[in-house]
Write a new protein. Structure first.
Length: 177
């Protein structure tokens, strides 16, 4: 098959940065067809494909991946940073509360008031830290759930395409007698 006859010979293949999953799956199917129709090298199972064309398509696929994948990676990093900052802030608040508590305890005439206030500060700081952590986990969970659904759809489509590929494989020739 010559380049003029291949279904991919048009250099006008431009995929927007945010492609639909359907468009990306179509591109994968086209690449599978091209590999399937590629000429075999003599005495080999290897096929001859146009490297530049295949690399171009793979780069197009990479650019076209849904924004949710990039957003999920960003969200995970942001969550880790957010959790680290929240822990540091909580630790700082707790340390200040303990320090203030020790200072107040040293003054015997306000001992009861100091202990109560320090405990309230510690409880409030721990409550804020817990609330912040739970909000971050909820946000990350929502993004990961969306990503899980998307990956599931892609995996199902790839599995179906592989099944079609395996069904279309020719039977092995009979051994010579």
């Amino acid at each position: 098959m010559t380049d003029e006859q291949t279904p991919f010979s048009q250099p006008s293949e431009v995929v927007p940065v945010r492609s639909s999953v359907g468009h990306l799956l179509g591109l994968v199917e086209e690449m599978i067809d091209e590999v399937r129709q590629a000429r075999s090298l003599p005495l080999s199972q290897n096929a001859l494909v146009d490297r530049e064309k295949m690399l171009s398509r793979l780069e197009t696929l990479l650019r076209g991946l849904p924004e949710e994948l990039r957003a999920a990676r960003w969200m995970v990093r942001e969550r880790e940073t957010f959790m680290r900052r929240a822990s540091e802030q909580a630790e700082e608040i707790i340390n200040r509360a303990r320090s203030e508590s020790k200072r107040l305890v040293s003054q015997s005439h306000i001992l009861e008031e100091a202990v109560a206030e320090a405990n309230a500060l510690v409880r409030r700081a721990e409550g804020e830290a817990r609330r912040t952590r739970l909000e971050a986990e909820d946000m990350a969970d929502a993004v990961l759930e969306s990503l899980e659904t998307l990956i599931g759809e892609l995996a199902a489509r790839v599995s179906a395409t592989r099944t079609v590929l395996h069904r279309s494989r020719p039977a092995d020739p009979a051994p010579p007698i």
